[in-house]
Design a protein around this ligand. Sequence first.
Ligand code: ATP
Length: 427
Amino acid sequence: MFGTQERPSEGSRVALLVPGSEAYVDLVIALLADGVFPVPLDPALTRAERDRILAPIEPDLVVTTQEQVDALLAARPGRSRSLPRGRPIHCTSGTTGTPKGVWSGLLPASDAAGLVAEERDLWGFCADDANLVLSPLHHSAPLRFAMGTLLAGGRIVVPGKFDPEVVTRAITEERPTTMFCVPTHLQRLFAHWEAVGVPDLSSFRLVAHAGAPCPVSVKQRLVELFPAGSTWEFYGSTEGQFTACRSEEWQARPGTVGRARPGRTLTTDDDGRIWCAVPRHARFTYLGAPEQTAAAWRDTAAGPAFTVGDVGRIDDDGYVHLDGRRTDLIISGGVNVYPLEVETALREVRGVDDVAVYGVPDPQWGQRVCAAVVGDVAVETITGHARRVLAPAKRPKEYALVPALPMTATGKVRRDALPGVVAEAGR
Ligand code: ATP
């Protein structure tokens, strides 16, 4: 253990439990440049969650205040904005349980330098860029965008905890050129703009969304509002990035999340699970979880391949279409039901703002399909639509109108929390 007045030694691990800022990204870059492993974590974690996550990481230092960030930066001579050589450890969102520490899920390069260089080349980050940071920086995608921008000589704008009004002001005042967001951000911004008007968005050259399925109506509005050619979707996870997709490709093949990025080979197995083959050196492990690591990897003709449990299909031209996650699968009367497919169908109903589908134990069917709906809509309208577009086994047997869906900090629905939210709404 060392103090924040000293420079952490090469190979040590520094856990970061502070809100994102430009200094935060500078510190990550500085630590990586020194061969130190930064471990960005959610500052809102409870003590118990933090202890559980930190146990296998065994950090040498835990940074919990902005003063410590400043002291660590001050302990270095000058600002480092050269490409880092270490590896960050990132934690997954915990959508399927507890967040998992991912040791070096860096594809196709084996270090952060390669990862950041790949992002810079793909998105064309340059000195003229101003990256608007909407997601928490302890997640890998927003941090990669921010690091890539700073390392290219650009600047980042960090408005803090997501608030549509504050973000709209930042767009007007700071004239950002890029932003990474999750679909929930777009939904909330568009709802706000309905009320106050759409700000001038002409400064944007790149708006990329990922992290969760994007409803068609949101995607269409995105393409309408932002400058032509600026809107992208990509599909990735903390473990690695899989695809990138221009809006024109999506419009030609609605629902696709794009084709494999260079250096990856994507395949599906008999269960529809998506596997990503990577060069041998790009293997990652889940910290302190050898069984999860073993289950994530297998050998294929194209090299070692891993899965994060997503299920989908890859068409003849290599475009990936996601059906959901293996762990979300509901088996009702022996029929496999993917919540994403049902949700996509139910979102077509006028008045449905959002919907999440989940399974509950059922003595007769094994599991019963249920839906939590946000919106101003009659349940009969939804059931009528479900009867028209979904096979009987996929139709929810119970609907609950709820004020909001439970979300992770990264804008993903927490399916495990849905029964509780539904019970609460029914009280
Ligand atoms: P945990 O593994 O701890 O449950 P998590 O998988 O949610 O957490 P992340 O790595 O942050 O953690 O999220 C990656 C997942 O997000 C992907 O595996 C996929 O299910 C989903 N996802 C990412 N991009 C897209 C996209 N464009 N469309 C639909 N889903 C996406």
